[in-house]
Write a protein that binds this ligand. Structure first.
Ligand SMILES: NC(=O)C1=CN([C@@H]2O[C@H](COP(=O)(O)OP(=O)(O)OC[C@H]3O[C@@H](n4cnc5c(N)ncnc54)[C@H](OP(=O)(O)O)[C@@H]3O)[C@@H](O)[C@H]2O)C=CC1
Ligand SMILES: O=C(CO)COP(=O)(O)O
Length: 305
C-alpha cells in the first residue's frame, strides 16, 4: 500500500497509541492537540485521512473548527471517540457527518485497552462505514501482525457498542468493588448486553453488531480489566468513594460518566427501559448507595428473559 498521511486529532492515550500503530505501518502521522503550536488547518491540509481521538467534550469544538479548514474532496474522517454529545445526544460520527457533507466517515471501535496495544499485545478492532471502500482503506492503514482490523457496514451499531458498554463497565466495577461474585457479574453483563441492544436498535443500529467486537467484545474487555477507566470509576464507587474524589485522581477520561447522563435523558424521553443504566445514573448522581442499587435491580418485577 502507498504510504498515507494521517492527521490525528487528540494526543491523549488513544490518539498517541493509534499514531504509533500507523507509524509502524510506514505511514506519515501528524499528531495534533489543542495545545499544539501548529493550527488545525495546517495539520489537516493535504491529509489522506483524519482520525479524531479526542474525548467527547472536545468533539463539538473541533467539528466546528474543521468547517474552516481546507480538506481535499476525498479525505476520510475516522472517529474513535466513545461518547454521546450532551447538547444534541448525537454520537460523534453523526456530528462529523453533519459537518463533512459527502466525505466518508468511518467509526473505529473494539476491545482496545490502549496500554495493552502500546505493549504490542495482539488485539482486534472494527472499522465501520456506509462507504465500504473507505472502511477497506482504513483497514489497510491500521492492520498489522498485532492489530487485526475487521470492516463492518453498521457504523452506528459499532459506535454505540463502544459507547454504551462504558456505562456497563462502571456497573461491572461496582459489582467487583462490592465483591458480589462471578454469578452476579455474569448476570450483569448478560442483562447489560440486552439493555445495550434495546437502546441501540431503538436508535437505528443492528442487533447482530452488538454481538461483535465493539459490543460484546468491548464489554468483556472493559468490564473485566482494571486498565479500563470506566471500570475503575465503578470499582471505587463500590468501595464507597465519592465520584468527585475518584475523578480527581483518575488518569485520563472515563466517558461512561457523561454517557450515562445523556443516555438516561434520551431513554426517558423515548420510554426505553434501561434499568442497569438507571441505577448507574442514580449512583453517579449520589442519590443511592452501591448496595441499594444492587437491591433495586434484584427486586424488580419478575419477567421473562
Ligand atoms: N484509551 C483507550 O484505551 C481508548 C479510548 N477510547 C476513546 O478515545 C477517546 C479519547 O480517550 P483517551 O485518549 O484515552 O483520553 P485522554 O483523557 O487520554 O485524552 C483525551 C484527549 O481529548 C482531548 N480533549 C479533551 N477535551 C478537549 C477539548 N475540550 N477540546 C479539544 N480536545 C480535548 C485531550 O486534549 P488535552 O490533552 O489538550 O487535554 C486529549 O488529547 C475517548 O472517547 C475514549 O473513550 C477508545 C478506545 C480505547
Ligand atoms: O474503550 C476502551 C477499551 O476498548 C477504553 O476503556 P476505558 O475508557 O474505560 O479506559
Amino acid at each position: 500500500m502507498k504510504p498515507k498521511t494521517l492527521a490525528i486529532l487528540g494526543a491523549g492515550a488513544w490518539g498517541t497509541t493509534l499514531g504509533q500503530l500507523v507509524r509502524e505501518n510506514g505511514h506519515e502521522v501528524r499528531l495534533w492537540s489543542r495545545r499544539s503550536p501548529d493550527s488545525l488547518g495546517q495539520v489537516v491540509a493535504g491529509s489522506d485521512m483524519i482520525l479524531s481521538a479526542v474525548s467527547m467534550k472536545g468533539v463539538t469544538a473541533i467539528v466546528e473548527q474543521i468547517h474552516d479548514c481546507r480538506l481535499s474532496a476525498n479525505t476520510i474522517l475516522i472517529t474513535a471517540t466513545k461518547g454521546l454529545d450532551p447538547l444534541t445526544t448525537c454520537t460523534p460520527s453523526q456530528l462529523w457527518e453533519q459537518a463533512l457533507g459527502d466525505r466518508p466517515v468511518v467509526v473505529l471501535a473494539g476491545p482496545n485497552l490502549s496500554k495493552e496495544i502500546q505493549q504490542g499485545l495482539p488485539a482486534a478492532t472494527v472499522v465501520a462505514s456506509h462507504n465500504v471502500t473507505a472502511a477497506q482503506q482504513v483497514q489497510g492503514v491500521f492492520s498489522s501482525p498485532s492489530f487485526r482490523v475487521y470492516t463492518n457496514s453498521d457504523p452506528l451499531g459499532v459506535e454505540l457498542g463502544g459507547t454504551l458498554k462504558n456505562v456497563m463497565a462502571i456497573a461491572a466495577g461496582v459489582c467487583d468493588g462490592l465483591e458480589l461474585g462471578t454469578n452476579a457479574k455474569a448476570a450483569l453483563l448478560t442483562r447489560g448486553l440486552a439493555e445495550m441492544i434495546r437502546v441501540g436498535t431503538h436508535w437505528g443500529a443492528q442487533t447482530e453488531t452488538f454481538y461483535g467486537l465493539s459490543g460484546l467484545g468491548d464489554l468483556l474487555a472493559t468490564c473485566n480489566s482494571p486498565l479500563s477507566r470506566n471500570y475503575q470509576v465503578g470499582y471505587q464507587l463500590g468501595l464507597g468513594r465519592s465520584l468527585s474524589e475518584i475523578l480527581a485522581s483518575l488518569e485520563g477520561t472515563a466517558e461512561g460518566v457523561n454517557t450515562t447522563q445523556v443516555l438516561i435523558q434520551r431513554a426517558q424521553a423515548q420510554n426505553i427501559s434501561v434499568p442497569i443504566s438507571y441505577q448507574v445514573y442514580k449512583l453517579l448522581q449520589g442519590e443511592i448507595t452501591p448496595k441499594a442499587a444492587v437491591e433495586a435491580l434484584m427486586l424488580r418485577d419478575t419477567k421473562p428473559e
